[in-house]
Design a binder for this molecule. Structure first.
Ligand code: NAD
Length: 422
């Protein structure tokens, strides 16, 4: 396979995504006007979020909502609460959402949002007040047919419930479709909580069949034990894979014979971390990434696999459950080492796919069973994997570029058909 690396691209997330877009545009011989349009987010909103803290002080947080593209439908993308949130990162993630939705063929464009804050140092009341004020500040650009947020790092169904309630109060009636990833009692979908991880599992299962290995005999290491990482550990474990290592922000745990995942999940729920679990040896996050395993699943933050550690990875496959976990320089090294990378816009698209199901079910006020949700998810993820492989085979490119070409091609087709207004 021909090796194509992003040369000269910086390590910042936006440079990285624009580098991937440039490669895909070159390979697709994309119209330069459409390429130019895709380089820019359609809308960027920066808001001040004043919050009354429990001790009476006023704290002002900065929030963002970036809408990259609405060529294929309303914008869609998560909201994260994290101290490292910045406009560069949110814009890059909004762009990835555009191509992710196109790769799985769901009728959305891409968006992302976030607030610069450290929720681990805030009370639940402070987080609620911050969420509600942020929701009301971005309410002018979100809505069920405009832009539909969802959970991401440090946000969850409860936070989505507050956003739904805040938006609903401002218009005077319940608007279920304004966010997805809601609690079941507020119009959430069965299977949404674990959908990203389940989608990652379906894609990995397809990849294993494609490369001729048995997932039930594979060893897996997972970085991140939040929504995506912990559900991935459980689902892979339930299907017979051996989870040899996991980690979270506080540290990790390793057992080459396989971790007892149900017991580890119980432990991490009780202690708020996997660190200190007695069923394995303590390791650092750095050691986790370099653990000997068949499949490495980064499920934490971006920029984890870099030029520095990529030469030492001992995995045969990397399945990117997190968004942008591999830097361009790290990616080049993995390519040279023939480590197959299933890219984020394919590997973690299960979350937005079931968000789409939630939105559809909410609009129809008709809800599906968990089996129906999972079966439809499996069909979409499997088809997306096969579509990406078809592009790889036709153009002789790696999987990241193949997925990007598929996504960019579909967005470009919509953009060309719509034309430019005015
Ligand atoms: P989360 O907040 O539930 O969990 C994040 C996990 O990563 C936590 O266990 C945290 O301790 C760990 N972590 C944070 N910093 C770390 C570090 N430096 N080293 C190791 N671990 C670290 O978030 P999530 O929803 O599970 O999201 C994880 C990733 O998956 C993100 O990249 C997110 O954008 C992506 N993603 C999430 C969804 C979704 O539906 N939640 C969908 C698609 C993609």
């Amino acid at each position: 396979m021909k090796k194509v690396c992003v040369k000269g691209g910086g390590q910042k997330p936006l440079d990285m995504v624009l580098g991937q877009l440039a490669l895909a545009a070159g390979k697709l011989k994309l119209d330069r006007n459409i390429h130019e349009k895709l380089k820019h987010p359609q809308r960027t909103l920066i808001v001040a979020v004043p919050v009354r803290m429990d001790d009476g002080r006023l704290e002002v947080y900065t929030g963002y909502r970036v809408q990259h593209s609405m060529e294929r439908g309303p914008c869609k993308g998560g909201i994260r609460f994290h101290p490292q949130v910045d406009l560069d990162e949110i814009t890059a993630l909004a762009m990835l959402m555009t191509y992710k939705c196109a790769v799985v063929g769901i009728p959305y464009g891409g968006a992302k949002g976030g607030v610069v804050c450290d929720p681990s140092k805030m009370s639940v009341y402070e987080i609620e007040r911050m969420t509600r004020r942020f929701a009301s500040e971005i309410a002018i650009i979100i809505g069920p047919d405009k832009d539909i947020p969802a959970p991401d790092v440090n946000t969850n169904p409860r936070v989505m419930g507050w956003i739904m309630d805040t938006f609903s109060m401002s218009v005077g009636h319940s608007v279920m479709g304004v966010v997805t990833g809601k609690p079941l009692a507020l119009g959430g979908s069965s299977g949404r909580l674990e959908a990203t991880a389940r989608g990652t599992f379906y894609v990995t299962e397809r990849m294993c069949a494609h490369v001729g290995i048995r997932l039930a005999e594979a060893t897996v290491a997972i970085q991140g034990f939040g929504n995506v990482g912990s559900h991935a550990a459980r689902i892979f474990h339930e299907h017979g894979a051996t989870i040899v290592a996991v980690s979270d922000v506080y540290g990790g745990v390793h057992n080459p014979g396989g971790l007892d995942i149900p017991r580890l999940i119980e432990y991490s729920q009780g202690h708020g971390t996997v660190r200190g679990f007695s069923g394995g040896k303590a390791i650092t996050n750095r050691q986790l990434l370099e653990t000997r395993c068949d499949i490495l699943v980064p499920a934490a933050l971006e920029g984890q696999i870099t030029e520095e550690n990529a030469p030492r990875l001992k995995a045969r496959f990397v399945v990117e459950a997190a968004n942008a976990p591999t830097t361009p320089a790290g990616d080049c090294i993995l390519k040279e080492r023939n480590i197959l990378v299933v890219p984020d816009i394919l590997a973690n698209a299960g979350g937005v796919t079931v968000s789409y199901f939630e939105w559809v079910q909410g609009l129809q006020a008709y809800f599906w069973t968990e089996e129906e949700v999972n079966e439809r998810l499996r069909r979409i993820m499997t088809q997306a994997f096969d579509d990406v492989v078809a592009v790889m085979d036709t153009h002789r490119v790696d999987m990241r570029l193949g997925a990007m070409m598929l996504g960019v091609g579909r967005v470009a087709e919509a953009a060309a058909l719509r034309g430019l207004w005015p």
